[in-house]
Ligand binder design. Structure first.
Ligand SMILES: O=P(O)(O)OC[C@H]1O[C@H](OP(=O)(O)O)[C@H](O)[C@@H]1O
Ligand SMILES: Nc1ccnc(=O)[nH]1
Length: 503
């Protein structure tokens, strides 16, 4: 049917088009049907919503769909039912545990990028990967398909280094320190990050507190060739565009299927043209990888995938048994990361991990002799050179290089939990900490999160502060308090673990 475009100020995160009820009846269109919208040579897909907000002969276009194609008000377009894409059959093959052929994987990725697959089908695909997994052939095909359906960056400053964490551990602001340390040594490191997938703050969510993270590839090329580094959000770029779409489903389900994780990370590294890639696998109770053996197996997969992509990959298996540093949540983590860079002093876990990873990268890139990288990284941090490089990054990314960490606004609705007994902190539950920070509003509410006043191994007395919840609303704070009381994220034990009564 022909229809006249009406642009509606609706933003739902879905690709919705609005059709008048009579037109829908005549065209045999039903709610959530997929339709093709042909505007000249451009074809865009959307899901139908039937509504009286548009009159007969009109099609309402949401802001989401407008992001796919710049329709003009009153433009005449051709609208027709799209039918079920062939790739749905391939998704069902994976649901049933069958191996997918390269062409089938390519079809799924293309239909995701073209928005021919709706949320329900994408979530089904992600769930089937969680249940049935992918072998290395499928992972390699998925990685290349994800990269090649988007743009690729060609940076002249070589060698190009990169670092990426599989995530999962709360407070993992590490790479916000690693990137300026490595770049201060003269190496090139165009870091892209995703927003939170399972955590309360992805690196892109944290950096966005003090700098822009959404740039075009040309802008990134200019920044990186000027200062040797960036800290940007991969989802804003047309880099592996299927990645951010599938991440939205992962975030909703709080899952990160291993095969998709490998492809998600390496497709972005491949698209950025990264030649030397360090992968961080946080390992321990309550994170994505719980044992060193599992971490080593995953490391071998990353290295093998890198070989197939022509990239040199090394892996650092890192301690993930408790949060990194003392803060969880975008603004709180931004404060801690910037303060540590500015002073060269901060939480031992953060400095130890950041200089460890940066040290490996310095050795991989030939900037430090073998075995001397960590020492060199520490000197770069403590000398203030890393902070000077971070100031350059902040300025080039539209932030205030004279930022004062303590001036970054954090949630002013707070509640502090104290120790109910004296003893030693024997465990901090990563998943509980993440859950409480998210209940408080993170990462959407930048100021929400948790400040940890103790870490594992520290001695506490009854009444000592353990952690403070920050929120931007009383309602969110109440939710977080209820969850914290139920999950008790910090375990304290004295030498007398239990008294067994004479019963
Ligand atoms: O912890 P969750 O949210 O599951 O994983 C997502 C986080 O892990 C990676 O961290 P980095 O960018 O390498 O620092 C991603 O970019 C993202 O920030
Ligand atoms: N699945 C993912 C985990 C961490 N980082 C990513 O970019 N993707």
């Amino acid at each position: 049917m022909k229809a006249r475009v009406r642009i509606l100020d609706v933003y739902s995160g879905r690709y919705t088009v609005f059709i008048n009820e009579n037109d829908a009846k005549n065209a045999k269109l039903h709610p959530d049907d997929l339709v093709r919208i042909e505007a000249g040579k451009k074809t865009v897909y959307g899901s139908v919503a039937i509504s009286g907000v548009v009159g007969e002969g009109e099609i309402g276009v949401s802001r989401d769909v407008l992001g796919l194609h710049n329709f003009s008000e009153g433009e005449i377009v051709n609208v027709m039912p799209s039918g079920i894409p062939e790739s749905v059959r391939y998704i069902k093959k994976k649901m049933h545990g069958e191996k997918l052929r390269k062409v089938e994987i390519e079809a799924i990725v293309k239909d995701i990028v073209d928005r021919k697959l709706r949320d329900i089908e994408i979530s089904s695909f992600v769930t089937s990967l969680e249940i049935n997994g992918l072998d290395m052939d499928e992972i390699a095909a998925l990685t290349v398909a994800m990269a090649e359906t988007g743009d690729m960056l060609d940076i002249d400053r070589k060698p190009i280094m990169d670092v990426h964490s599989i995530g999962g551990v709360p407070g993992n602001k590490t790479n916000i320190l690693v990137v300026p340390i490595v770049a201060a040594a003269g190496l090139t490191i165009p870091k892209t990050s995703s927003r939170a997938i399972t955590s309360a703050a992805g690196t892109a969510d944290v950096v966005e507190v003090f700098a822009d993270v959404s740039f075009s590839l040309d802008e990134i090329k200019r920044i990186v060739e000027k200062i040797g580094a960036c800290l940007v959000w991969g989802g804003a770029l047309n880099l592996a565009p299927a990645d951010d779409i599938t991440i939205k489903s992962e975030r909703a389900l709080s899952i990160d299927p291993t095969g998709l994780m490998l492809a998600s990370i390496m497709s972005k590294k491949y698209a950025m043209g990264s030649q030397y890639v360090l992968i961080d696998i946080p390992t321990g109770k309550g994170v994505k990888v719980e044992t060193v053996d599992q971490a080593r197996a995953l490391a071998r997969d990353f290295i093998e995938l890198g070989k197939r992509l022509g990239q040199y990959v090394e892996v650092a298996v890192t301690y993930g048994g408790q949060p990194i540093g003392h803060t969880v949540g975008p603004a709180l983590e931004a404060r801690e990361a910037l303060s540590t860079l500015m002073t060269g002093k901060g939480p031992g876990s953060l400095i130890e991990k950041a200089t460890g990873l940066a040290g490996i990268l310095l050795e991989m890139g030939g900037a430090a002799p073998s075995g001397m990288g960590k020492k060199m990284a520490r000197e770069i941090l403590e000398s203030g050179k890393a902070w000077e490089k971070m100031r350059e990054i902040i300025e080039e990314q539209g932030g205030n290089p004279d930022i004062k960490p303590e001036e970054i606004p954090i949630g002013d609705k707070t509640y502090t939990f104290t120790a109910s007994t004296s003893g030693y902190v024997t465990a901090i539950d990563n998943r509980a900490v993440t859950g409480i920070a998210k209940a408080a509003g993170a990462p959407e509410d930048k100021g929400a999160g948790i400040e940890l006043h103790v870490k594992v191994g520290e001695k506490v007395k009854e009444g000592d502060p353990l952690f403070t919840v920050h929120a931007e609303s009383e309602a969110r704070l109440d939710q977080a308090i209820v969850l914290a009381r139920r999950t008790e994220p910090i375990r304290i034990e004295g030498m007398v673990l239990q008294r067994i009564g004479n019963i």
